[in-house]
Each structure stands twice: as structure tokens, then as C-alpha cells.
Design a protein around this ligand. Structure first.
Ligand code: GLV
Length: 309
């Protein structure tokens, strides 16, 4: 079995050494833009070049080094029937839940106010929060969205969930499909986006959506930058409809130094770190699936290209 590693890491051996250990039956190669075909059976990729699919014509499946598959689906000449497999959790959902809790508590408990008070040596206690005033709405109920929902529900926040299809989740009010979006938004103050990027979800965080949230809303985007219409967010902040935003993903990454988001005290910016790809858990999962697939066993996480994730 031949496995080809195709990700722009300057130190690919950080990946290939553990791959060889986990999959001793494989010959492991690193993508060389100028090299010959290796006739790989499997490719492990992150945002691969189009040349991969011109050169490697014997691939049995491609494994994505992330949960979001948009970077792979954007490659123009993807062979139509090649199975593409996305990362399933692999230590990401717990990081997301933690990130979301941090951003939520910053807002719901007014932590910024206490930081400001500390700068002036002020001891002043504000009224305790009413959880009923901070209903959270999670867009996307995959591995990540579900874990976030569970975590926040455990802390007695009111949690709503919205997805394109039906989901049943303990202590979470779920809404399915485009025609339930308005109801979902109307009972949501803290909006969390964990959706995959597809043609249906691109630009979904826009002026019209913000206007349907409860006033003084908080918007947390950990999906993709292309979900968010940036000018619409700035406008919603200016009008007070959105009080704060926490953004981890951007249309252009790194976020350009002159981007207006940097200057906004209402916006918290993090550099796409809400959930890192953890190498050990990721490679354990991917090599296990490669072995299973090679042995003709079923695997989960295969992308439905019609659906886009
Ligand atoms: C990260 O953005 C991922 O898709 O895993």
C-alpha cells in the first residue's frame, strides 16, 4: 500500500514518521511538486494542488486533514467518484466547546467590565446573570455543534440548534431546514456558527440574519470566513443589533493588518485556533480508516459531494 502526504508543512516528517509507525504495511511518500507519480493508493491532504489528481490516477480515497472539506472540494479536477473522507472530531469538538464557553462567558458575565474596573482599582459587583437572557443558538449540528450544545446545556444555558436536517438532542430545542431559520434566530441571542461551507451556507451570516436575532446579539464564527458578510457585521455592530462578535475564521487568512475588524473593540479576533488539528488523534483516525478501507471494510466520514460536506 502506498500513502502520499500532501500538505504544505515545512517539516512533513512530523507527519510521515508517525504515519509509518501507525501503518507499517505502507510505503509513505511526501508530495513533491516536481516529482514523478508514485501511484499512491491513498493521499492525506490539506488544500492539495490540482496537479495531485492529474498525476496520481490510482487513488482509492483521499483523507482530509481537517473537518472542513471546502479546500478540497475547491480543487477543479477532482475525479468524480473518488471517496473523500473528512476528519471526524479527532479532538476538535472539545476544543470548540471550550472556545465557545469562553466567548459566551466573556459576554454573559460581562468580564470586560471587570477587567476595566481592575485597571482603575474598582471593586464593584454587578448583578448576577439570568441565564434566560442568554439563549444560545448553534448553527450546524455535526460532531462539533453537538458537543458545543451539550457543554452549554450542561451549564444550564438555553440552547437552540439549527441544521438542514432533523436532529434530536437532549435539552436542546432543534430546528431543521431553511423555513425554520427565522424561528431559530428569533429565540437566539448568542449565535454560534459551526456550519460547513457549501453553496447553501456561503454568506449566510448576513444583514437579514442579524436583524432576526434577539437585540444585543453576540455572533461567534468558527465555521469559515466565507460564511460571514463582513460589511453586514460591521453595520449590525454600528446599529447595536449585534453587541459583540468573536471571529476565528476570515475570508482572507491571515487577516490583513489594515482590516477594519482589528480596530473594533466589539470584535474578538483569534487566528483560526478555536480547534487545532491534533496530530496524534488525527493520524490515529486516518491510518485506522486507511487500513479498514484497504481491507474492504466500511468507514465513516465519507463526504457526500452532492450535499457538499
Ligand atoms: C479547520 O478549519 C478544519 O476544517 O478542520
Amino acid at each position: 500500500m502506498k500513502v502520499l502526504f500532501v500538505a504544505g508543512d515545512p517539516k512533513p516528517e512530523r507527519w510521515t514518521v508517525p504515519i509509518k509507525e501507525l501503518l507499517p504495511e505502507a510505503e509513505v511518500y511526501v508530495w513533491d511538486a516536481n516529482g514523478p507519480a508514485v501511484d499512491a493508493d491513498y493521499a492525506i491532504v490539506w488544500q492539495p494542488p490540482a496537479e495531485l489528481f492529474e498525476r496520481e490516477t490510482r487513488l482509492k480515497a483521499v483523507f482530509n486533514l481537517g473537518a472542513g472539506i471546502d479546500g478540497l472540494l475547491a480543487v477543479p479536477n477532482l475525479p468524480p467518484h473518488l471517496p473523500m473522507v473528512r476528519l471526524e472530531d479527532a479532538g476538535m469538538s472539545v476544543q470548540m466547546a471550550e472556545y465557545m464557553l469562553h466567548q459566551l462567558v466573556e459576554a454573559s458575565r460581562g468580564m470586560e467590565t471587570y477587567r476595566e474596573q481592575q485597571r482603575e482599582n474598582i471593586w464593584k459587583i454587578h448583578r448576577p446573570i439570568k441565564r434566560s437572557e442568554w439563549p444560545v443558538g448553534i448553527m450546524g449540528l455535526g460532531h462539533i455543534g453537538k458537543r458545543v450544545a451539550r457543554t452549554l446545556a450542561d451549564l444550564d444555558y438555553r440552547v437552540n440548534g439549527w441544521a438542514r436536517s432533523d436532529h434530536t438532542l437532549d435539552r436542546v430545542t432543534t430546528y431543521a431546514g431553511a423555513n425554520r431559520l427565522t424561528d431559530f434566530l428569533g429565540s437566539t441571542r448568542v449565535l454560534v456558527n459551526t456550519l460547513p461551507l457549501t453553496e447553501e451556507t456561503r454568506d449566510i451570516l448576513n444583514r437579514q440574519l442579524f436583524s432576526q436575532l434577539m437585540p444585543g446579539a453576540v455572533v461567534i464564527n468558527v465555521g469559515r470566513g466565507e460564511h460571514l458578510v463582513e460589511d453586514d457585521l460591521l453595520e449590525a455592530i454600528d446599529s447595536g443589533q449585534v453587541a459583540r462578535a468573536s471571529l476565528d475564521v476570515f475570508r482572507q487568512e491571515p487577516l490583513p493588518a489594515d482590516h477594519p475588524f482589528w480596530q473594533r473593540p466589539e470584535i474578538t479576533i483569534t487566528p483560526h485556533i478555536s480547534a487545532r488539528t491534533l496530530r496524534d488523534a488525527t493520524l490515529e483516525q486516518i491510518t485506522r480508516k486507511i487500513r479498514a478501507h484497504y481491507n474492504g471494510q466500511p468507514i465513516t466520514g465519507i463526504v457526500d459531494t452532492g450535499r457538499g460536506y
